[in-house]
Every structure is written in structure tokens, then in C-alpha cells.
Design a protein around this ligand. Structure first.
Ligand code: APR
Length: 239
């Protein structure tokens, strides 16, 4: 058990999570040897070119991820972050790279999904219609729903090469944070991997929680080595 990390009465906490926080819920991470990118090539299922080339392959991949994610349960890491938010109130902000809904099921309310959400779909033509709730697991391209404008729906997922969601709000929250806690992300993908540097520029304390050092490990003042579901419960002492 790592010694407790004090959260002071004037602290504002920014949490960034990645696939590692859902690993103990049984959801595959991306870059592990048996990870999602071991089974699929990201250029075949997670780029605008992949969507243009073979929309069914993209929907097949995201339908399988919907099936897995909707069957998963929040683990103690999700619950611990939901509890931290309950104790800190509006001094807490969660930004996740994950597209599953396990943070919400673990009690988090004040969060953004910067890479999109599995349980939604959006117009492939970006016609301006809002994303729609869509939990269907599709069996063929013909089954895929249509936008109000008539265009085909695509997963509400930020593909590589596309702009992550809510970056303005994220930047504001990083600028206000005095503590940044990063959980279960390899630091391979930008701009998320830069958030810790931005926090350091604002003199925030920076904490990493995970079983192995991320690529941006040098930017963290504290590293808590371990699985999120084991390390997060009880890690923070709210003063
Ligand atoms: N608890 C905490 N961390 C864990 C656990 C665990 N039980 N198991 C694995 N990890 C860590 C790994 O050590 C690794 O650092 O989770 C991290 C997962 O890294 P990636 O597979 O690269 O996933 P992530 O960092 O979330 O990927 C970022 O890349 O493919 C895109 O859009 C996708 O959002 C994703 C982004």
C-alpha cells in the first residue's frame, strides 16, 4: 500500500485516465502484447481513411467493443474515483481517454470523454446533428442506422488524425488544477500525453498510478506502482 497522498483544502484535482483503469473490468487495453492493437491494425479501424475504405470493418470492430464494454462492470478504481469526486465536489474534474461508460457507472459525474463514447453514434457527414445514443451491436452494414439527414451513422469515436473533444474545457481545467492524477495510460497518444507537462508548467503536483512506467514518466513527481483497482482505494487523504 502506497503512503497516502494528501489533498489540501485549496487543491483542485484533475484526473486523466486511460485504458488501464478499465483493465480490471476485463476490457482489453490497446498496446499490451494481447491488446486491441495486437488483434487489429489501428489504420484499419480507427482512421478516417479506414472509414472511407471499409465502413463495415470499422463497425465490426466497434460493435465488438460495444458488446464487451456493455457487459463489463466498474472496478474498484472507477468507484474510488467516483468517491474522490463525491468528497471534492466541484474541485474535481475527470478527463478520460476511454470510450466505455464505466466511470459513470462507478459514480463519476463531472467528466469528459475526449476520444468519444461507444454508446453513441454520429453523422458520418458531420451535418451538425448532435450525436445520438446508439448501443446497437451491428451484424452487417445494412443494419447501421441513419442520421436525420439521411447519411450513415458512424461510431462517436475520435479517430486518429481527428481533433479530440472538449479541448477548451480540458485546457481550462488543467490551468486551474493544483494536482494532476494520471491513471492507466501509456502516454503514447497526444495531446493527452502532454497534459502532465501543462500541469507541471502550472506548478501542479503530478501523480502517476499504474503497473508500469508510462512513456512520459519523467514528468511525474510521484509514481504509485500498481494496478489501479488495488492502488486507488484509500490512496487519497482529504484534509
Ligand atoms: N491498472 C492501471 N494501469 C494499467 C492496468 C491496471 N490494472 N493494466 C494496464 N495498465 C496500464 C498499462 O501499463 C499501460 O500503461 O494501462 C496503460 C494502457 O496503455 P494503452 O494500451 O496505450 O492505452 P491508452 O494509454 O489508454 O491509449 C490511449 O490510444 O489507441 C488510442 O484512442 C485510444 O484512448 C486510446 C489512446
Amino acid at each position: 500500500m502506497h503512503k497516502q497522498i494528501l489533498i489540501h483544502p485549496t487543491d483542485r484535482v484533475f484526473v486523466l485516465t486511460g485504458a488501464g483503469v478499465s483493465a480490471e473490468s476485463g476490457l482489453a487495453t490497446f498496446r499490451a502484447s494481447d491488446g486491441l492493437w495486437a488483434g487489429y491494425r489501428l489504420e484499419d479501424v480507427c482512421t478516417p481513411e479506414a472509414w472511407e475504405r471499409d465502413p463495415w470493418k470499422v463497425w465490426e470492430f466497434y460493435s465488438a467493443r460495444r458488446e464487451a464494454a456493455f457487459a463489463a462492470k466498474p472496478n474498484p478504481a472507477h468507484v474510488a474515483l467516483g468517491e474522490l469526486e463525491r468528497q471534492l465536489g466541484e474541485r474535481f474534474f475527470l478527463c478520460t481517454q476511454n470510450v466505455d461508460g464505466l466511470h459513470e457507472l462507478g459514480g463519476s459525474k463531472n467528466l469528459v470523454h475526449m476520444h468519444g463514447e461507444l454508446a453513441k453514434s454520429r453523422c458520418e457527414d458531420d451535418c451538425g446533428a448532435a450525436p445520438v445514443v446508439d448501443t446497437r451491436v451491428y451484424g452487417s452494414l445494412d443494419e447501421v442506422g441513419r442520421c436525420v439527414c439521411g447519411a450513415r451513422l458512424r461510431p462517436y469515436i475520435v479517430f486518429f488524425g481527428e481533433t479530440p473533444l472538449e479541448l477548451g474545457r480540458i485546457q481550462d481545467e488543467i490551468n486551474r488544477a493544483t494536482v494532476m492524477i494520471v491513471v492507466g495510460t501509456s502516454g503514447s497518444v497526444y495531446p493527452a500525453a502532454n497534459f502532465v507537462q501543462w500541469a507541471r508548467l502550472n506548478k501542479a503536483r503530478t501523480i502517476y498510478v499504474g503497473p508500469e512506467a508510462p512513456l512520459n514518466a519523467g514528468a511525474f513527481t510521484v509514481t504509485v506502482e500498481g494496478k489501479a483497482g488495488e492502488a486507488l482505494p484509500g490512496l487519497f487523504a482529504i484534509q
